[in-house]
Design a binder for this molecule. Structure first.
Ligand SMILES: Cc1cc2nc3c(=O)[nH]c(=O)nc-3n(C[C@H](O)[C@H](O)[C@H](O)COP(=O)(O)O)c2cc1C
Length: 398
C-alpha cells in the first residue's frame, strides 16, 4: 500500500456517490484510461465485475485515449476506439489534444454524433516523444494554453461533462496541479483527477497521495479524484480516507485483475467480500476476455494477439511455468487458447501474495524531456507553438 508522506489527519471517511455533471454513480471508482488496454472488451469485463455489487456497474469506465486530431481527420481506427457497447452507459471517452481549435472540433463531433456522455481530457502523458514537443504532462506548464484547451472543450461539450486528468507537474520544481485544478474549476470542468506523480517520475516509486489531499483542500467546487497505486479495494478506501478525495481512478491494479472492480464495488458498499479466484476461475476470465476481444476487433487472430499482453498479468502469482506462459503468449485462436488453458490445473486455489501487489509499468524516474526553454516562461512562445502541433502526431497514453 502506498505510504503517505504527510498524513492528513482529519480527512473524512468518504463513502459518498460520485457525481460527474448529470451522472451519479454509487461507487466512486473510475477505470483509468489506458492506451492499448481499456478497449471495449476490457471495459466490459471490468464493468461485469463492477456490476456484481452495484446496480450502476460499480463506477465509470473510460476509453483509451484518442487524439483530437485523429477524430477531426476522420481516422477510422480512432473512431473505432471510441465505440461503446450497448451496456456501456455513461460512455466515457478520453481525448488528448494540444490545440484549442482541434480539441473544440473533436468535442463538437463527439457530441453531434452522440458518441460520448462524458469527455475526459488527458494532460498526463509522460512519453518523451510527446513531452519533447510540449505535449502531454508538460503542457499544463503553459497555463494560458491549458486554459484555452479546457475552455474550448467545455464550451463545445454543452451538457456533456468534461473532466481533466493530470499529473502533479513536470518535476518537483515545476508543479502544475494546483494551477490546473483552479483553472479547471474556473472554466466549468466537472471533475479533476490527479495522478500523484510528476512526469519525471513516470511510473516509478510511490504516488504522492499528499498532493491529492492538497488539491482536494484547494479545489472545493468540483469533485477531486485521486489516482496512483491502488492495488486493492483496501487501498482505494485508504486513499479516500487519507486524501478526502471524492473518488479514485484505478489503472495498473486491474491489469490481469478485472475482478478488482467487484472488490471495489463491494468495499464501497461496506462489504468485505473479495474475489479470490482459483486458477480455473482465472482461466474462465481469460476465456471471457478473449471472446470480448474477438467481438471487438471482429477478427479472431487480432483479438487473440491483443490478449497476449494480458496473459502474464492474469497468471502473476499463480504457479504457471515459463514454458506454458510462453505458449499462451503465442496463441492464434480461441480453440488454441482453450487447448492450452485445459492443460492447467484448474483446482489450484487463490495464492494471495504477489497477486495483490503492484503490477504493470514501473521503471525509474527519467528527467522530463521538454522543448528547449520550455520552463523559462509559463507563456507559450511562437516557436514552442510551432513544435507543439507535432506533439499530437504520435502518442501512447499517460
Ligand atoms: C499501459 C498504460 C497506458 C496508459 N494510457 C493512458 C491514457 O491513454 N490516458 C491517460 O490519461 N493515462 C494513461 N495511463 C495512465 C493511467 O491512466 C494512470 O494515470 C496511471 O497508470 C497511474 O495509475 P495506477 O497507479 O492506478 O496505474 C496509462 C498507464 C498505463 C500503465
Amino acid at each position: 500500500m502506498t505510504a503517505l508522506q504527510t498524513p492528513v489527519a482529519d480527512a473524512p471517511a468518504t463513502r459518498r456517490p460520485l457525481t460527474i455533471g448529470p451522472h451519479t454513480v454509487d461507487t466512486p471508482v473510475v477505470l483509468a484510461p489506458m492506451a492499448g488496454i481499456t478497449n471495449m472488451a476490457f471495459r466490459l469485463l471490468c464493468r461485469e465485475f463492477g456490476a456484481r455489487h452495484s446496480a450502476d456497474d460499480g463506477g465509470l469506465y473510460v476509453s483509451e485515449m484518442v487524439t483530437s486530431r485523429a477524430l477531426v481527420e476522420e481516422h477510422r481506427e480512432s473512431w473505432r476506439l471510441v465505440t461503446m457497447g450497448e451496456r456501456e452507459r455513461p460512455r466515457s471517452v478520453q481525448l488528448y489534444g494540444v490545440d484549442p481549435v482541434t480539441v473544440r472540433r473533436a468535442v463538437e463531433m463527439l457530441v453531434e454524433r452522440d458518441r460520448a456522455d462524458h469527455i475526459d481530457l488527458n494532460f498526463g502523458c509522460p512519453v518523451p516523444k510527446v513531452t519533447r514537443r510540449g505535449g502531454g504532462g508538460v503542457l499544463p506548464w503553459k497555463s494560458e494554453l491549458f486554459t484555452r484547451i479546457v475552455r474550448a472543450a467545455v464550451d463545445a461539450a454543452g451538457e456533456v461533462p468534461v473532466t481533466v486528468k493530470t499529473r502533479m507537474g513536470i518535476d518537483a520544481d515545476h508543479l502544475t496541479y494546483r494551477d490546473a485544478g483552479l483553472i479547471a474549476q474556473e472554466v466549468g470542468v466537472a471533475a479533476i483527477a490527479l495522478h500523484g506523480r510528476t512526469v519525471e517520475q513516470h511510473y516509478s516509486g510511490e504516488a504522492h497521495w499528499e498532493a491529492i489531499a492538497d488539491l482536494k483542500q484547494l479545489v472545493t467546487d468540483i469533485p477531486v479524484l485521486g489516482n496512483g497505486d491502488i492495488w486493492s479495494a483496501e487501498d482505494a478506501l485508504a486513499m479516500m480516507d487519507r486524501t478526502g478525495a471524492d473518488g479514485v481512478v484505478v489503472g495498473r491494479g486491474c491489469q490481469g485483475r478485472p475482478w478488482l472492480f467487484a472488490d471495489l464495488a463491494a468495499a464501497f458498499a461496506g462489504s468485505d467480500e473479495r474475489v479470490q479466484p482459483s486458477l480455473g476461475e482465472v482461466c474462465r476470465v481469460v476465456r471471457r476476455h478473449a471472446e470480448l476481444l474477438v467481438e471487438f476487433f471482429e477478427d479472431e487472430g487480432r483479438g487473440l494477439r491483443d490478449l497476449r499482453k494480458h496473459v502474464a498479468w492474469y497468471f502473476k502469482g499463480y504457479p504457471v511455468g515459463g514454458r506454458m506462459r510462453h505458449r499462451l503468449a503465442t496463441m492464434e485462436s480461441i480453440a488454441d487458447l482453450d487447448e492450452k488453458l485445459a492443460e492447467l490445473d484448474h483446482s489450484v486455489p487463490y495464492p494471495g501474495g504477489d497477486v495483490e501487489g503492484p503490477r504493470g509499468r514501473a521503471g525509474r524516474p527519467k528527467r522530463a524531456i521538454v522543448p528547449e526553454g520550455w520552463m523559462d516562461s509559463r507563456e507559450l512562445s511562437p516557436e514552442h507553438s510551432q513544435r507543439l502541433h507535432e506533439a499530437e502526431l504520435d502518442t501512447s497514453g499517460g
